[in-house]
Design a protein. Structure first.
Length: 254
């Protein structure tokens, strides 16, 4: 028996025909995820449900059906999505076609990446904390004050000793270790959940970097070190979201 759907080439890209073809073959739902960043984006392969029904569709038809489904979203929904999900931090989303209703939806999330800063002032006696052995050693060399920054990967970006003096490679490495220690010790205390929530609305779906920017300003006396600490956490999470829908109109029903 010859089916009206046997020759689908050239017709399957019609939205009404696509839904009718899928319904005829027992497919009730199709989904496709997409994601992007850094000025490019990709669509994953669509998934057809129930899978067992999809497996029964002739192999020579499947590529045309998949192309048609991708065209449905790229031609009819992608242009109507009002947020950028492929540039900079990018974003992600999911398209869904309800075959029986003839309705398609996209839920899109734009990623957001923010540097959130906090600041605190602390004081420690040298003998109370081994982490400050390097500072005590520098103080014994005549250092009165030191400023140093770490950037991103934890390496020192700049060291300003007062009065000026040479900082050896070994001392630089010890200062990097101290900076990491201070980040681990005070990061959550300085960059609080309230600060993050003020930017993202909540803290449920945010990802912290393993390392962030740290700025240290230390003043050394005979028995203790007073220091001001600034920490900037690079935090990413979902920013703007948008739902977009295409509903089969009257013209499609004709």
């Amino acid at each position: 028996m010859t089916s009206m759907f046997e020759d689908i080439q050239g017709q399957i890209k019609d939205k009404k025909f696509l839904c009718a073809y899928l319904e005829r073959n027992g497919i009730t739902r199709v989904t496709q995820e997409y994601h992007g960043s850094g000025d490019s984006g990709d669509f994953d392969s669509p998934e057809f449900e129930p899978l067992q029904k999809w497996k029964l569709i002739p192999s020579e038809h499947k590529s045309s059906v998949m192309d048609a489904f991708e065209s449905l979203f790229t031609d009819n929904l992608q242009e109507s999505i009002g947020i950028d999900w492929w540039n900079n931090e990018g974003g992600y989303g999911k398209c869904e076609l309800d075959v029986l209703k003839g309705e398609a939806y996209c839920h899109t999330v734009q990623e957001q990446d923010e540097m959130i800063w906090g600041e605190g002032h602390y004081s420690w006696e040298y003998d109370d904390d081994e982490a400050f052995n390097i500072i005590k050693s520098l103080r014994d060399r005549g250092l009165e004050r030191i400023k140093f920054d770490t950037r991103g990967d934890g390496t020192l970006d700049e060291i300003i000793p007062i009065p000026p003096m040479t900082i050896t490679d070994e001392e630089r490495a010890d200062l990097e270790t101290l900076s990491r220690t201070l980040h681990d010790r005070y990061g959550d205390e300085i960059v609080t959940g309230e600060k993050i929530a003020a930017v993202f609305g909540d803290t449920t779906n945010t990802d912290y970097t393993n390392w962030a920017d740290v700025e240290v300003d230390m003043r050394l006396s005979k028995y203790k070190v007073d220091y001001n600490l600034k920490i900037g956490e690079s935090i990413s999470g979902p920013g703007y979201t948008e739902d977009t829908a295409w509903i089969r109109d009257e013209e499609d029903e004709d």
